[in-house]
Design a protein around this ligand. Structure first.
Ligand SMILES: *[C@@H]1O[C@H](CO)[C@@H](O)[C@H](O)[C@H]1NC(C)=O
Ligand SMILES: *[C@@H]1O[C@H](CO)[C@@H](O)[C@H](O)[C@H]1NC(C)=O
Ligand SMILES: *[C@@H]1O[C@H](CO)[C@@H](O)[C@H](O)[C@H]1NC(C)=O
Ligand SMILES: *[C@@H]1O[C@H](CO)[C@@H](O)[C@H](O)[C@H]1NC(C)=O
Ligand SMILES: *[C@@H]1O[C@H](CO)[C@@H](O)[C@H](O)[C@H]1NC(C)=O
Ligand SMILES: *[C@@H]1O[C@H](CO)[C@@H](O)[C@H](O)[C@H]1NC(C)=O
Length: 189
């Protein structure tokens, strides 16, 4: 409310607000995971390597030729970003920049961290990933869930959709990305 009143006061402000909204609406934060196993101290080589590493992910994320995926390593730090298949390089870049800026604040001093947005994923680790396959949880039958459904029924539907998408992805006309989407209706149990 306050912000929108603020934004109607002058044309220049409106333009600034438009700009702000255009960038702010690009990346929607979803979740993060700090492993908390090993920590680095500030003003160490690890910290400066991590900063260099994150900057190179951010700058590379604006390159359309990468198709929204880039993995790199600097010394012991290995990591990558992965953007959703239907977002362009501009949106990918905005998301990776937000992820890189947030991850060191959300997981301070951590040598292995994960962050998820609607549009991208950014992960890094010192040497090896211990939790390479983790994904943020989807609440089911929990408070806050919008659909009250049976877990087994849901998992069966999910499995059906994923299996049907596997074949479609192989034949996808989206070039290198092999990006497909599928949807199924979930009814209340
Ligand atoms: C890591 O530490 C943070 C802050 O203390 C905590 O919120 C988070 O749950 C911890 N993560 C794990 C995986 O234990
Ligand atoms: C990163 O991993 C290497 C190799 O396992 C280890 O020697 C180094 O101490 C680790 N760095 C940090 C900051 O934990
Ligand atoms: C973690 O990093 C902050 C600054 O980024 C520093 O002040 C703090 O001493 C570090 N903590 C440890 C345990 O190294
Ligand atoms: C991409 O990252 C690499 C490091 O892995 C770096 O050398 C290169 O300059 C980056 N490219 C761009 C366009 O930022
Ligand atoms: C990228 O996608 C966003 C959101 O759909 C759109 O606003 C923007 O114009 C697109 N940019 C380019 C260069 O296509
Ligand atoms: C950073 O993370 C917090 C969650 O702790 C989230 O609310 C916020 O939107 C994120 N900011 C950016 C710029 O991604």
């Amino acid at each position: 409310m306050l912000a929108s009143n603020f934004c109607t006061t002058s044309l220049i402000l409106q333009l600034l607000c438009l700009l702000f909204h255009a960038t702010a609406s690009a990346a929607i934060y979803s979740a993060h995971f700090c492993t908390n196993q090993t920590f680095y101290a500030s003003d160490t080589k690890f910290q400066s390597n991590l900063n260099t590493f994150l900057s190179s992910l951010v700058s590379n994320s604006s390159l359309p030729s990468l198709n929204g995926f880039f993995r790199t390593s600097i010394d012991d730090i290995d990591g990558r970003f992965f953007c959703r298949g239907d977002v362009n390089a501009t949106v990918c870049h905005g998301c990776v920049a937000a992820a890189a800026a947030n991850i060191t604040h959300l997981c301070p001093n951590d040598t292995e961290s994960y962050i998820w947005y609607d549009e991208c994923i950014l992960i890094y680790s010192n040497s090896t990933f211990d939790n390479d396959d983790i994904v943020p949880g989807i609440p089911l039958n929990d408070e806050g869930s919008t659909v009250n459904t049976n877990h087994d029924h849901f998992n069966q539907l999910l499995s059906n959709v994923l299996n049907s998408l596997k074949g479609k992805a192989l034949e996808s006309s989206m070039g290198e990305k092999k990006f497909v989407v599928g949807a199924v209706s979930v009814t209340s149990a």
